[in-house]
Design a protein around this ligand. Structure first.
Ligand code: TXA
Ligand code: MG
Length: 323
């Protein structure tokens, strides 16, 4: 198969071209502030089916629908609790996905048959411009999972998308280049179908931040929630190499930790982020770097503490379970 064209500089023209491609039923990989997404028209069943094929993802795993603003919320979701409106007003556009009861325009092919839908307004300017333009020409929104093969590491640049999916995409699909994702790990997912919000996947927006800002109680990932989400699989975010989570005295070939932590003897240092934020931004690229250099064991010291560090540790504990 011929690789899909890369639209290098996201001009207004290239964003229009991408929106037209989506309307014609093609796939468009696009940058967001979290990770790159693989987008399709959320109302086109055959286009959405191709997302599952290209990713190799089971068809009962729901997709997030990316909308242009809070004004679109009621088109896609119903029975919206007041706390969900507050979350949307406080954190959109941004790295947060809300799970809500779906309206009738949301097909089973998006939700894996569930009666809920995941909605997000990303803040990346290219993503927002693309969603706006696509909404303008089609009245629809963009369904998009992370643009990686199922279970593997999410892409944080357009070249990562090529490495992951290039051979599975067609020459009528497109990849938009928007540089490196600024946050680097996926959005916080919040189940808003109950009396109070439940975090299903941690992200840059943390439980503490939400509680402080909104003064509401937020639960952590709960066994009471029967929502299905692929990040809940034990093996996820996994590179080819083995990831070992250790601080000291781990045995491995490559090492990744905050700058303040010394490299263990005999290991090759792959990065020295100065903060947890920088750790998150560079984490997935580092996992790819380890694979591209043929290392078989990567030792990682995860940052301690709250906030985005919780999201980092959540990803790493899954990556460490391997493929
Ligand atoms: O940051 C992100 O969220 C990125 C960017 C591209 O927006 N997207 C992303 O999509 O991470 P994906 O499909 O790789 O992960 C989204 C997760 C999946 O695990 C999916 O199962 C879950 O969200 N999800 C989507 N709709 C859901 C629903 N109705 N109920 C429960 N989980 C849902
Ligand atoms: Mg994903």
């Amino acid at each position: 198969m011929i690789n899909p064209p890369l639209l290098p500089d996201c001009t207004a023209d290239s964003i229009c071209e991408a929106a037209v491609a989506l309307a014609a039923g093609h796939l468009v990989a696009f940058p967001t502030e979290t990770v790159y997404g693989l987008g399709a028209d959320a109302r086109n069943p055959s286009a959405v089916k191709r997302i599952y094929e290209v990713k190799g993802r089971p068809s009962d795993h729901p997709l997030i629908v990316h909308i242009s603003s809070i004004n679109q919320l009621e088109k896609w979701a119903t029975e919206i609790p007041e706390y969900a409106n507050s979350l949307a007003r406080s954190f959109w556009p941004g790295p947060m996905t809300l799970i809500l009861k779906r309206t009738e325009i949301v097909g089973d092919f998006i939700t894996g048959g569930q009666d809920t839908v995941g909605l997000r307004v990303p803040s990346d300017p290219i993503a927002l411009a693309l969603i706006h333009e696509f909404e303008h020409i089609s009245g629809s929104a963009i369904a998009a999972p992370s643009a990686n093969r199922f279970g593997q590491v999410s892409p944080t640049s357009s070249s990562d998308v090529y490495d992951e999916l290039g051979e599975h995409l067609s020459d009528t699909d497109l990849v938009l280049n928007g540089g490196r994702s600024t946050i680097g790990i996926e959005s916080t997912i919040i189940d808003c179908t109950g009396l109070s919000p439940i975090i299903l996947r941690n992200g840059e927006i943390s439980k503490d931040e939400i509680q402080t800002k909104l003064g509401i109680h937020v639960s952590d990932k709960s066994t009471e929630s029967n929502a299905r989400y692929s990040g809940s699989f034990e093996k996820h975010y996994a590179p080819k190499c083995r990831v070992v989570l250790e601080k000291h005295e781990a045995i491995g070939e490559a090492f990744f930790a905050l700058a303040e932590i010394k490299t263990p003897f005999g290991m090759v240092r792959l990065g020295s982020p100065m903060s947890a934020t920088e750790f998150a931004r560079t984490l997935y690229a580092t996992l790819r770097l380890a694979d591209n250099n043929g290392f078989s064991i990567l030792v990682i010291s995860a940052p301690e503490g709250e906030g985005i560090s919780i999201a980092i540790r959540e990803r790493l504990s899954k990556a460490a379970r391997g493929r």
